[in-house]
Design a protein around this ligand. Structure first.
Ligand SMILES: [Ca+2]
Ligand SMILES: [Ca+2]
Ligand SMILES: [Ca+2]
Ligand SMILES: [Ca+2]
Length: 396
């Protein structure tokens, strides 16, 4: 028996999903009307993306008992529309973790400004700006929800457009984070330099908050009509190739191992196994990636070895003796009608399992087709593939 054994990779990714208790938010909505340019309204959070793209901003004026803007809300919006500052956040994706800047160590960058992201990618050809990334901001006093969660919910306001408008009145300081994507390496969250930096990490920085490997960054002292900048860096996790278990067995009808074979699986990875002449089990722990392979069977073996009627078989065909039942098969057996059942070499797949010398090769417990031409060199190839759903196994 030959066993190729590969680990089956199970991605251990659990997305943190926050229950969204508060599904509504209050916003200042630009009406387009000159007489009444702003309207304070209560909307579903699901509708925010569209409003945000349209230039609306978050309302934090007076509220009624139900938590909705009071009738003074429109006026609040008008008064505060001129007090907006803009936060721009840019995501940079690099090819390797070593391409990330390690600015969290705190000694290389004093401010994130409007040129920071572009300058970085200009100097680092392995890095590029990723325009579709979601960030979120929250008012001063909002806690860090966790560096590596996606959508924080609560007071956090998402922005997908690359920029967010924030009223400076009373909120001269806000927090900004990115919605962490589990396909990318996580933040280590290291905020303690005294024991060294765990800087194999995602990175996120805003304005003058360029310290630590966290995803929770301040924009302070915001002024109306000014722009503030954040930049986040990351690299995709190395995807471990999916692999499958490949089992190749060859036994005769008495379940005795058959030897003196070379089996090869050809693909992105090539597996070659020499079957030991003593028929002992052979195994390798090499991981085989999911994908197409060519299974190459090479060699022949003797069945009925201690018998004067010993015969040869290979992966596809068996040599029959005139006394073997299949050799004498009558044409009435329709399953054999297209076979050369009266010739010495008979395609093994057409044997009934109980017959002597049935040496068919199976892949995933189905018969294989090694072709209809007997090869006197006893070399056959068979295309197959492994997949995530099941294992590929061949029985001989
Ligand atoms: Ca540390
Ligand atoms: Ca790093
Ligand atoms: Ca940070
Ligand atoms: Ca921080």
């Amino acid at each position: 028996m030959l066993v190729f054994q590969g680990a089956v990779f199970v991605p251990a990714v659990a997305l943190a999903v926050q229950p969204d208790n508060d599904k509504k938010i209050n916003i200042c909505h630009a009406t387009g009307s000159e007489r009444k340019p702003w309207e304070a309204i209560n909307i579903s959070k699901n509708a925010w993306d569209a409003h945000e793209a349209h230039g609306d901003f978050i309302y934090s004026g007076p509220l009624d008992k139900k938590g909705k803007p009071t009738k003074d809300g429109n006026r609040w919006c008008e008064n505060n529309a001129s007090k907006l500052a803009t936060i721009y956040a840019t995501k940079i994706i690099c090819e390797s973790e070593t391409d990330l800047p390690n600015w969290g160590d705190g000694n290389s960058q004093s401010k994130i400004d409007k040129n920071t992201a572009q300058d970085f990618v200009d100097k680092h050809p392995n890095c590029r700006i990723e325009p579709s990334w979601t960030f979120e901001w929250a008012p001063d006093g909002t806690k860090n929800p966790g560096d590596n969660i996606a959508e924080a919910g609560g007071n956090w306001v998402t922005f997908k457009t690359g920029s967010a408008k924030v009223v400076t009145t009373g909120t001269s300081k806000v927090w900004v984070r990115e919605q962490a994507n589990p396909d990318y390496i996580p933040f280590t969250g290291d905020t303690n330099p005294s024991d060294g930096w765990q800087d194999e990490s995602a990175e996120m920085y805003c304005h003058t908050d360029i310290f630590n490997y966290d995803n929770y960054d301040r924009v302070e002292n915001m002024k109306a009509r000014k722009d503030y900048y954040c930049v986040a860096f990351n690299v995709k996790k190395e995807v471990q190739p999916d692999s499958a278990t490949v089992k190749i067995c060859k036994t005769d009808e008495q379940q005795n191992p058959l030897s003196n074979w070379t089996m090869m699986l050809l693909g992105d990875k090539i597996e070659t196994v020499n079957v030991l002449p003593d028929g002992k089990n052979y195994s390798t722990t090499n991981s085989l990636e999911v994908g197409p392979y060519v299974l190459l069977a090479k060699g022949s073996y003797i069945y009925r070895p201690n018998n004067p009627t010993a015969s040869t078989s290979d992966a596809a065909y068996s040599l029959r003796l005139p006394t073997d039942p299949i050799y004498l098969a009558v044409k009435a057996d329709s399953s054999l009608s297209d076979q050369h059942q009266f010739l010495p070499w008979v395609k093994v797949n057409n044997f009934s399992p109980s017959r002597v010398g049935w040496l068919g090769i199976q892949v995933n417990e189905s018969y294989t087709d090694w072709g209809s031409i007997f090869n006197p060199l006893h070399v056959y190839a068979h295309a197959t593939s492994t997949n995530e759903a099941g294992q590929f196994s061949s029985e001989f």
